[in-house]
Write a protein that binds this ligand. Sequence first.
Ligand code: ADP
Ligand code: MG
Length: 373
Amino acid sequence: MNPFFLTPHTPAQYFCDREKETEDLVNYLENGSNVALISPRRYGKTGLIYHVFDVLQAKKAKVELYYVDIYSSRNADDFIALLAEAISRTLKKESAIKNFFKALGSLRPVLSQDPLSGNPQISFTFQTDAERRYSLKALLDYLDSRPQKVILAIDEFQQVREYEGVSMEALLRTYIQPLKNVQFIFSGSKKHMIAEMFTAEHSPFYESASVYSIDKINRQSYAEFIDRQFKEQKKSISAEAIDYILEWTRCHTYYTQMLCNRVFQLVKKEATMVDVLVAADTILREYTDTFLERRNYLTVKQWDFLIAVAKEDTVTEPTSSAFLQKYHLGAPSTATRLMNSLLEKELLLETKTLAGSSYCVYNVFFSRWLEGM
Ligand SMILES: Nc1ncnc2c1ncn2[C@@H]1O[C@H](COP(=O)(O)OP(=O)(O)O)[C@@H](O)[C@H]1O
Ligand SMILES: [Mg+2]
């Protein structure tokens, strides 16, 4: 079997490192703290949440664990439906779900089954905003009434800021504050936004969670992990090949997993540099149409700017004349505007350190593909 998982819920033996992060999160939760988990996309927040849940379960902690991903939600109604579905999914047993529905009483939710996944699907019909608010409160109160402590992870939490109409943030805050039995993990990829939600004094969630950022997995532990996974499946990989993988994917978890997964699939026994190059090339070719498509949504200048950043791999001074002249990108003011629009579109990723900011193309495969232009 292929030990390099591409789905967030990864069994412990195929889960790389994150030992300190896991320990820290378990610690926060066991000590009654809410956590706001932050990192760029595809570093491994969702994977870490599931891993922490597995650890808590293995410890036989007396907790019930709920997970809801609100990335697809566009408004309060979606949020409410997703939360109700997440609760039903965790309750599993029909009798428990019946009781849950009883608690929702007058809200008359309609339960059906997703034809593909078999997961519960729930829909509500609200006549008024008051009904909508009442139902949100009822769901949270239901969790508060569970016999065991509850941890609710709300993934892609920044999405609530996109809802039109009601301030979901303020509403949630109002209903969450009085709860005694529920703790939260709020997780999100838009670093500035999530940080602002929990650290700006004017935000409803100000200081209501410990803000915890995760970085890339340490390169050395990733290298050891890759070597071990090959060996455990009776294959092997050269040190040089591992090094190349981590360099080429910048240790960005999803991309590293993906390339490892392909290399593993490709080789019968021993993986060498050549196999890595073939696998990387195959991946880029598969994405060609998708990447070309992106060009339609960008101006020529934005596109050229992306190529320039990709060719540099990482840029620390994107408005310096050296960089702008080398790639014929125009004046510094233009560059600033281009950069901001590309950051906004999440095509560029900004990494801040004490030494200052650096920029690279967010999607690593896209970056490697642009580099070859
Ligand atoms: N510690 C890990 N070990 C192995 N694979 C991981 C690990 N963390 C994440 N992954 C893989 O990387 C992918 C991206 O991680 P994910 O948790 O979805 O990132 P995020 O939620 O930050 O966007 C996951 O689908 C999973 O396959
Ligand atoms: Mg995620």
